[in-house]
Design a protein around this ligand. Structure first.
Ligand SMILES: [Zn+2]
Length: 487
């Protein structure tokens, strides 16, 4: 499929800041400097608002003596130097074999792990009850090592597309954003969503959404089959892609229509609901809870998804939040919530604790995780995103999703691949984003520790490089303390 034009524009221009090097403790660029200028070496310039978060910048940066988990799924490469030149990765090789150019900014990073920037694939710019959170989400994403996001449905598509353009232009801080249109649902659906009734309305919705900047369209639970088919067809005709949080459509039906991606995995599958009326949304949870993964229908469905090239998005972080026996908000998440959001969280926790454990059992969570493993073992492409909401926040939720993939049984390098290269591939940019490899855009995360030995090191982000520019996670987080959930 043709790559959306906007997506090309977003990734082909390596972002970088002012030329020359700056020590991590240097003050941000002076306000009297021109806000944005083109650099002599052709790199992209950034506004002062962005530069305030930059800790490392320069035409050539060498990350010396790091362990690299490169996004391919291969084992960790120990004792490497990653050489970054003009926003791209110039070389990845053992320390002794890399000649570092004079004038390079050299960072000795023994004991650290370098992974590709995370590619978040269900990373909304809103949370339920909170229409747009661009300011906090962009900072939390970057602080958490997320350098690319696909939003999987937007509550405010105009604001989201504008934010994507501002980041691309160097005017706003944040990851590269692949924006979405409004969700598409049908009769019985609610929330800030569109409900085209006819095929023609569906096609017009896609045309207008694409013109407004949407790169992806999201089908939601009550979408009518004829509308879904028209959205998919019209989106593909315009080089755009379609994902779905399904219910009225089974995974099988959507795969046969040509859907590109499906969100949430088995928990949202109506394929195994006995007597499901065609085109109608019914509760899926009990069918998932009662499903034996050894049932041949499971293997048949997985085979179909793999054959049709349908990507699945793992959203284990938000799924975990439904299970009373699981950990809920951590201290760092509570610290960035607004007092009102935190109060809502605590009220919800009270309800969750009082709720009898009926279907939300440890066994069900294990089944949902095992389904994702079976899909990957069959050759399916799994990507990952947090689906922010409740206490599952942008960025922190991506890291939690990574930890849960490891808990689900994926080896650390495989979980890295799911969280990075697989997402880039699903976005059509896997040829230059999502791997630590020569020629790739220098979207890199420096983690304080041995990630292979301690998966929770995914939380210990020391530097997030985006397009070769190193951002300071602490400055980014400091600017959102107490603010997530403010309107
Ligand atoms: Zn969502």
């Amino acid at each position: 499929m043709r790559l959306p034009a906007l997506a090309v524009a977003l990734v082909l221009v390596p972002a970088a800041c002012a030329q020359g090097t700056r020590a991590p403790d240097d003050p941000p660029a002076r306000a009297s400097e021109p806000a944005r200028t083109s650099e002599p070496d052709g790199r992209r310039a950034h506004s002062d608002a962005v530069r305030g978060y930059v800790s490392y910048d320069g035409a050539v940066i060498a990350l010396v003596d790091v362990d690299v988990i490169d996004g391919t799924g291969g084992p960790p490469l120990r004792g490497q130097t990653v050489l970054v030149e003009r926003g791209r990765i110039a070389e990845v090789a053992p320390v002794d074999s890399v000649a570092i150019p004079g004038g390079a900014r050299v960072l000795h990073l023994g004991g650290r792990t370098v992974v590709p920037g995370l590619v978040g694939m269900h990373d909304h710019t809103h949370m339920p009850g909170l229409p747009f959170m661009g300011y906090t989400a962009t900072r939390l994403w970057l602080a958490s090592g997320v350098t690319t996001v696909q939003t999987a449905g937007s509550a405010e598509p105009e604001a989201e597309a504008a934010l994507a353009r501002a980041v691309e232009a160097g005017e706003a801080v944040g990851p590269t954003i692949f924006p979405s249109a409004h969700y598409v649902t049908g009769p019985g659906g609610n929330g800030p969503m569109s409900k085209p009734a006819t095929e023609e309305e569906a096609r017009r919705f896609v045309r207008e959404g694409a013109e407004a900047g949407a790169t992806w369209f999201k089908l939601y639970r009550h979408v009518e089959p004829h509308v879904a088919a028209a959205v998919i067809d019209e989106a593909h005709a315009r080089g755009r892609r379609v994902t779905g949080h399904l219910c009225s459509l089974t995974f099988r039906e959507a795969a046969r229509m040509g859907i590109d991606r499906i969100e949430h995995g088995l928990t949202a599958s109506s394929d195994f609901v006995e007597g499901k009326p065609e085109g109608e949304c019914v509760s899926t949870r009990r069918a998932a809870a009662n499903l034996d993964l050894g049932d041949p229908r499971v293997a048949e469905l997985i085979d179909l998804l793999v054959r049709e090239g349908v990507t699945l998005t793992s959203t284990l972080a938000i799924i975990e939040s439904h299970f009373p026996h699981r950990p809920q908000a951590d201290e760092r998440s509570l610290a960035v919530m607004s007092p009102e959001w935190r109060r809502r969280y605590e009220e919800r926790q009270g309800r969750l604790a009082a709720q009898p454990v009926t279907t939300m059992t440890p066994e069900l969570l294990a089944t949902l995780m095992a389904f994702e493993r079976l899909f990957v073992e069959a050759g399916g492409r799994l990507v990952m995103g947090p689906d922010p909401g409740r206490h599952v926040l942008p960025g922190y939720g991506n890291q939690r999703g990574f930890e849960l993939l490891v808990e689900a049984g994926f080896a650390v390098p495989e979980a890295v691949r799911i969280a990075t290269a697989n997402g880039a591939d699903a976005l059509g940019v896997g040829h230059e984003v999502g791997r630590v490899a020569e020629g790739y855009v220098a979207d890199l995360v420096v983690l304080g520790g041995d990630l292979a030995a301690r998966p929770s090191a995914i939380r210990d982000v020391e530097i997030t490089f985006k397009g070769g520019v190193g951002y300071d996670p602490h400055r980014l987080v400091a600017d959102v303390v107490g603010q997530v959930g403010l309107r």
